[in-house]
Write a protein that binds this ligand. Structure first.
Ligand code: PXL
Length: 281
């Protein structure tokens, strides 16, 4: 029987992020993908789009959950991304407690900032709510910026050493998550990858590769979605992070190759066959 996952994040109608990334990628991994939109935006909130509409769906969340509970809907995993409001976090905790199958993984991408700053609309109060959600997770997938905000620490984005990164992942696990996958890690200028920390074994591993100098919006969502697809296909967290990093890197390379100045996201679509191949499909 097919596995069924629920992903909770926004619909940015144009912008190649959140649900428009998660649905195709997780579906390509052969997993049925139910969605719960946290908000509907005309575009994502970053970069030169300049303006965006925002319909907050907070009040729909408990009603949708009530219906699902009435008909006994259960999920094999829940994956959360960009959340529309603080109050949603409490509703999402209810949704997790009533719809996630026993022992099934909760994977949280605390999508709320990058490059040392929070995205438009978020503040430190929101971060403390996101920390509450991270505490319940089996896996969290923060970037360096989100990690620092979650820990209320200074944001260090370059010239750090392994001691800093390994302290960071341990402190993040201290928030409550079992496994931490820290993204955007590199010790040399031309290096980029992830640090994987398993708190049960107190074990840190890295998957680093050559950095492509250009960076693109939405790569975090491509990484997290492809990670989730790999986990649901039975890959362990290290191997799933490796597949996700390779797929994300390939998506960036293809975007650059296209030369169409696709500035608002990555053209992950052309890399999907490679992703399916990596999953053995
Ligand atoms: O990719 C993260 C993301 C998701 N959703 C919205 C965003 C962003 C990043 O800016 O604005 C609406």
């Amino acid at each position: 029987m097919n596995k069924k996952i629920l992903t909770i994040q926004d619909i940015s109608c144009v912008g190649q992020c959140s649900i428009t990334v998660a649905l195709p990628i997780i579906s390509a991994a052969g997993i049925e993908t139910a969605i719960l939109p946290s908000a509907v935006l005309s575009t994502h909130t970053a970069g030169p789009f300049g303006h965006f509409t925002f319909r907050d769906l907070t009040e729909d969340l408990p009603k949708i959950n009530k219906h699902w509970n009435d008909i006994n809907i259960k999920f094999d995993a829940i994956y959360t991304g960009y959340i529309g409001s603080k109050l949603q976090i409490d509703y999402i905790l209810d949704i997790i407690s009533t719809t996630l199958k026993d022992g099934a993984p909760l994977i949280v991408d605390p999508a709320m900032g990058d490059n040392g700053r929070l995205y438009t609309g978020f503040d430190e109060d929101f971060v403390s709510y996101m920390a509450k959600l991270c505490a319940k997770a089996d896996v969290i997938l923060p970037n360096l910026t989100e990690a620092a905000y979650l820990l209320k620490e200074e944001c260090i984005l370059a010239n750090y050493d392994k001691e800093y990164i390994e302290g960071l992942v341990r402190r993040l696990a201290g928030l409550g998550a079992k496994v931490v996958i820290l993204t955007g890690v590199g010790f040399k200028e031309n290096e980029l990858g992830v640090c994987i920390y398993d708190s049960k074994e107190d074990k840190t591993s890295y998957y680093l590769h050559n950095k492509i100098s250009q960076s693109f919006h939405g790569t975090g969502d491509v990484f997290s979605s492809s990670f989730v697809g790999a986990v649901l296909n039975g890959f362990d967290y290290y191997k799933a992070a490796q597949i996700a990093a390779d797929f994300t890197r390939q998506s960036i390379a293809l975007t650059i190759e296209d030369k169409a100045e696709h500035w608002y996201g990555v053209e992950f679509e052309s890399a999907l066959p490679k992703y399916m191949q990596m999953l053995g499909k």
